[in-house]
Design a protein around this ligand. Structure first.
Ligand SMILES: Nc1ncnc2c1ncn2[C@@H]1O[C@H](COP(=O)(O)OP(=O)(O)OP(=O)(O)O)[C@@H](O)[C@H]1O
Length: 729
């Protein structure tokens, strides 16, 4: 019987594998030598010949399997599907847990979750007692298994080499020797903690490299096919013109899935929006510097410039009536998202991106549920998650969850907030009834792995702070999460939102998306180049490193008032602790937030800062992205971050939702490698550039994916990127 492999989905291929060879879905297991011997008694000559052949094959496989059980390596793909739940977790310092492979959609059907760790004996116990040796399917299975083993061995050898090069398995101790290990590196994911001996330990799950790489390969294949198809399409770049005014129904088809697609309910433009003169639309687009690029040949969609233009079922549940009008990113993204399109949304910090993806999320779920009348949204006994929103930090996940809850609960939808550093029990409970999961990657993967989080019906996937989510620290974990959701061919909508969209992550992003509409908000910035929020006045002071502390105190005294908050950023955890202690010693009310603090303390510090009981917060880059804290008057950078993207996010904690903001950056000779990139950001925002900064030079180092964000310093010398001289006029 030919083995049919469904290349679109790993679980699909494994199940097909099992079905083809066994005639039904069941565990794939080879018998041991003894069982084969028993079975051959009384067989014909021909059957004995085949049995001998099979014995040879099983003997080989068995030896490898035994070895693999000891080492956790050299497993054929089918064996991974079988034995994943039996493996015990190995969470070593700085080590990716490759002993616990994660499998995509549907795999849980093949696992016995209740068994727990299984002894070596039971691993060798044959699931199928008597093999029918003259069955052609079995021969095919043995052959296919050998082939799978060979491929797996090759892949693992390659992966080990790669991981070795990336330093994924190397310990990083945080001591005086590497006290300059920045938090954004040392803590690639929010679930990183520090053990007593000062070593950093990944607490929560990283993606299995095996599964992640397979997913990567499949995504690449899909992308290739997609590109081929896309070549036939005309790429469309808006602003919308008068000829598009007639278009009031989205022309973007999305393949129907097995009853879970949201494509059944096309977006219909509100008559009140259709009746607006085109000149109104054009002036809205140009006044807000909205650039929309659609690689498909679908017609342009008018921005939803008034809340009244939203579909009625959303409007009825709106919790945002307090706002005057949608922000530009909301207005531009909503029509495409409501039409089930994939969207990359790049808009400045504090511009309302959460509602931009949050509002269509509710509609997507309601539509999806309405096509499944059995799933009554008001029955909170159980639910299947339909949407996942992934965020890089725990605090941001909590904040997004709060906003999503405000949208979801009036619609009788439930959401769960999943993040590391806190007990799992309440999260497990919340998952039982959640339609929407807001999560950090590490803890989500842990709960997927144990079977508490099931994403097999997720057709709305959001990566918030998408560039951070796609950098090396998170990439594998994100791949694993994505591989558990519905594939795009079954109707999954994939959204990426951020304020910074470096070229280094764009190719990777494309592998997860289907003809995404690219929306950028910002003057003179159609390609989404790095831009800071123009409402922020950026000041840079160049000084000697030893002068920093005194200057810091001066600035705080100069700007601190009773009601305003000052957010102080450091690069290292130890530095943050030192600065917090220093300010404390000066009698100031100050709190701290960084990766060495337990979650309760982190939450407490943030609350104290939000309420104003502590008007000063000293933070590392764990607080750089997404946090929406009212009345942050000043962001003060004591040490420049590793990347200028992080700088843009840090200063973006002020000047939110149209309010003015101020940032002051203390810049020393240690940071001169970043001077060129910083000058570019200042220049693009029309800010003053001090001569002392210009003296450091205008060289901008191009960042490739490997060197972006969390793992930057772990790239070997051989991979160091060459600086590019940028000329200014
Ligand atoms: N239409 C609107 N009008 C006015 N304010 C809004 C609107 N939509 C959202 N906001 C407010 O704007 C603030 C910033 O929103 P949000 O946190 O979503 O920004 P963001 O673009 O995600 O920022 P960041 O890039 O820093 O994550 C929030 O306080 C939010 O309530």
């Amino acid at each position: 019987m030919p083995i049919s492999l469904d290349s679109s989905n790993e679980a699909g291929s494994l199940i097909a594998y099992a079905n083809a060879s066994q005639g039904k879905r069941r565990k794939i297991e080879r018998p041991d030598k003894q069982d084969v011997s028993k079975a051959v008694n009384g067989l014909s000559k021909e059957e004995r010949r085949l049995a001998k052949k099979a014995r040879k094959a099983t003997g080989r496989a068995e030896t490898k399997d035994d070895k693999a059980d000891m080492t956790g390596k050299s497993r054929p793909a089918a064996a991974y599907a079988e034995e994943a739940p039996r493996r015990t977790k190995k969470r070593k310092h700085g080590q990716v847990d490759d002993s616990t492979p994660k499998l995509p959609n549907g795999q849980h059907e093949m696992m016995n979750r209740n068994n727990g760790p299984i002894q070596q004996d039971s691993i060798n116990e044959p699931e199928v007692p008597a093999m029918k040796l003259n069955d052609a399917g079995d021969k095919t299975l043995a052959k296919a298994t050998r082939k799978a083993e060979k491929t797996e061995r090759k892949r693992l050898a390659k992966a080990q080499k790669l991981d070795g090069a990336r330093g994924l398995n190397s310990d990083k101790s945080v001591d005086s020797k590497n006290a300059r290990t920045p938090e954004s590196q040392g803590a690639p994911n929010d679930d990183t903690t520090t053990t007593v001996d000062g070593k950093e330990t990944l607490m929560d799950g990283e993606a299995s490299p095996g599964v992640a790489r397979k997913a990567k390969k499949e995504e690449k294949k899909r992308l290739k096919a997609m590109k081929k198809a896309g070549d036939k399409d005309m790429s469309t770049t808006y602003p919308v013109t008068g000829s598009d005014a007639a278009n009031n129904v989205s022309g973007s088809p999305r393949p129907a899935s097995d009853g879970v697609s949201v494509s059944g309910s096309p977006y219909v433009e509100a008559p009140s929006l259709s009746s607006l003169p085109q000149s109104d639309i054009d002036s809205f687009l140009s006044a807000n510097f909205i650039s929309i690029t659609d690689p498909s040949s679908a017609k342009a969609l008018r921005p939803i410039i008034d809340f009244a233009h939203l579909p009625k079922n959303i409007l009825a549940h709106s919790s945002f009536a307090k706002f005057k009008a949608p922000t530009p990113i909301q207005a531009a993204a909503w029509p495409f998202l409501l039409s089930n399109r994939d969207v990359i949304g790049v808009a400045e910090t504090g511009s309302g991106k959460t509602l931009a993806f949050g509002v269509p999320c509710i509609r997507s779920i309601l539509t999806s549920i309405s096509t499944h009348p059995k799933e009554n949204p008001s029955s909170h006994d159980s639910a299947q998650a339909k949407a996942v929103i992934v965020s890089p930090t725990r605090e941001l996940a909590v904040q997004i969850h709060e906003q999503i809850e405000k949208l979801a609960s009036p619609a009788h939808l439930a959401s769960a907030c999943i993040y590391g550093g806190v007990p799992k029990d309440s999260q497990r409970d919340a998952l039982k009834t959640a339609h929407i999961i807001v999560a950090t990657p590490g803890r989500l993967n842990d709960l997927i792995e144990e079977g508490s989080a099931v994403l097999s019906q997720v057709n709305y996937l959001v990566l918030d702070e998408a560039d951070r989510m796609l950098d090396k620290g998170f990439e594998d974990a994100i791949r694993t999460i994505i591989s558990h959701t519905l594939p795009p061919s079954s109707g999954r909508q994939t959204l990426m939102f951020t304020a910074t969209w470096p070229p280094s992550v764009r190719d990777l992003a494309a592998t997860f998306m289907t003809q995404p509409v690219h929306i950028t908000i910002g003057a003179d910035n159609p390609t989404g180049e790095l831009r800071a929020n123009k409402n922020i006045t950026q000041k840079v002071e160049v000084l000697e490193p030893e002068a920093k502390q005194a200057r810091l105190l001066q600035i705080i005294k100069q700007h601190g008032t009773k009601n305003d908050r000052i957010l102080i950023f450091c690069l290292y955890k130890k530095e943050a602790m030192r600065i917090e202690g220093y300010l404390h010693s000066k009698g100031l009310r100050v709190a701290g937030i960084h990766g060495d603090l337990n979650q309760a303390k982190r939450t407490q510090s943030l609350e104290a800062f939000k309420t104003g009981s502590c008007p000063l917060l000293v933070a590392t880059d764990v607080a750089a992205r997404g946090l929406d804290i009212p009345a942050v008057k000043l962001v003060l950078n004591v040490t420049f971050p590793l990347t200028v993207e992080d700088y843009v996010h840090r200063i973006g904690r002020t000047g939110r939702a149209g309010a003015p903001g101020l940032s002051i950056t203390l810049f020393t000779a240690h940071d001169k490698a970043q001077s060129g990139a910083l000058i570019n950001v200042l220049r693009a925002a029309g800010q003053e550039i001090p001569d002392e900064l210009l003296k450091f030079g205008t060289t901008v180092k191009r960042k490739a994916h490997e060197t972006y964000g969390a793992w930057a310093r772990e790239v070997g010398d051989g991979e160091r990127k060459v600086g590019v001289r940028i000329k200014f006029d």
